[in-house]
Design a protein around this ligand. Structure first.
Ligand code: GGG
Length: 326
């Protein structure tokens, strides 16, 4: 059976790391049909549209999508692409790897980030010269959908439970609804939870990341706290993500376009290649997924490494080393 994979490199280093991940997938000789499409700042400059309709339609119909990064147009690209696959959860593992210089080498976390609402719902207004507003949306249905996924996730992957990270002591209605709903669903499923205020979480995870395992959180908190966790494990070049929907999914590195190094051929492809390993698992290729994870881990441990990890290798060198280890 052929799987259609939409490939949307986007901007900046997305143009470098996405082809690297496709090279790894091609090396596996699985029956994939890769279809490339444009999105981001460059296509907007050319056509006036950051996300052409054909790119949206491709993501909405492909079996899975591999996305790189978007810069200034991130809100016009990433959010609709997540909608195209009806993605209600963004799975973001943040793990320290042997051989990589990490602030907290014991870190091994999974963020399950609500992916449709919160401040990302986009209800912003400029009322006057002096005042702008943002309406934050939290629904019971979206919180339930995330909590159902979290319960299945911890059961399937043998975790003890999960932490609900929120700020319901201040945002009583919105985060209050989020916390109460997630807790109710977890209780109904017999899943253990604890609750952590998100500011306290930020401190505690830096001091002792082993206190945490699976973290369920609202949209913006998930974005910010997973980037914080990237700082604990050696940088954003190591964090993959999966935007999961009911019928399809979109995989992307957590990092953005990195304009400071774009075009130099030295971007770390690990985050995108690990995202591709998550894509393989999503499509049922568990063994191939494990092989890619192991090849990336061995390469991170023994090199070559890109400059963000203290090495002087190129994106191409690292990609080749990963493929050679498959
Ligand atoms: N690789 C995805 C990307 O471009 N990330 C940068 C970004 O702005 N991310 C925001 C988000 O994940 O919500």
């Amino acid at each position: 059976m052929t799987h259609e994979i939409a490939v949307i490199p986007g901007d900046g280093i997305g143009q470098e790391v996405t082809p690297a991940a496709v090279e790894v997938l091609e090396a596996l000789e699985i029956d994939f049909e890769f279809v490339e499409a444009d999105a981001g700042d460059a296509v907007k400059a050319e056509t006036g549209e950051a996300l052409p309709q054909e790119t949206y339609d491709l993501a909405a119909s492909a079996d899975a999508t591999l996305f790189g990064a978007a810069g200034e147009t991130a809100a016009d690209v990433i959010l609709p692409l997540r909608t195209a696959v009806d993605s209600f959860v963004n799975v973001r593992p943040a793990k320290a790897y042997p051989g990589v210089d990490a602030v907290r080498p014991e870190t091994d976390l999974i963020f399950l980030r609500e992916n449709t609402e919160g401040v990302y719902a986009g209800h912003e207004d400029r009322l006057t010269q002096d005042v702008s507003t943002l309406t934050r949306v939290v629904t019971e249905s979206a919180s339930e959908r995330l909590a159902d996924f979290a319960c299945d996730y911890v059961a399937g992957d043998d975790h003890d439970g999960f932490s609900i990270v929120h700020k319901a002591n201040v945002m009583r209605e919105t985060d209050g609804l989020f916390r109460d709903t997630v807790k109710r669903v977890a209780d109904d499923n017999g899943v253990e939870t604890d609750e952590v205020l998100m500011d306290a979480f930020a401190t505690r995870v830096c001091l002792d990341p082993e206190q945490f395992d699976v973290i369920v959180c609202p949209n913006l908190a998930g974005d910010v706290l997973s980037d914080l966790a990237a700082g604990l494990v050696g940088g954003l070049g190591l964090l993959p993500s999966a935007n999961i929907g009911p019928d399809r999914a979109l995989f992307e590195p957590v990092h953005g376009t990195a304009p400071d190094i774009a075009g130099q051929g030295v971007a770390n492809p690990a985050a995108t290649i690990i995202s591709a390993a998550m894509l393989l698992e999503y499509l049922g290729y568990d063994e191939a997924s494990e092989d890619v994870h192991e090849a990336v881990e061995a390469t991170l441990e023994d090199g070559p490494r890109t400059p963000d990890l203290g090495g002087d290798a190129s994106t191409e060198d690292v990609t080749k080393a990963i493929i050679d280890r498959l």
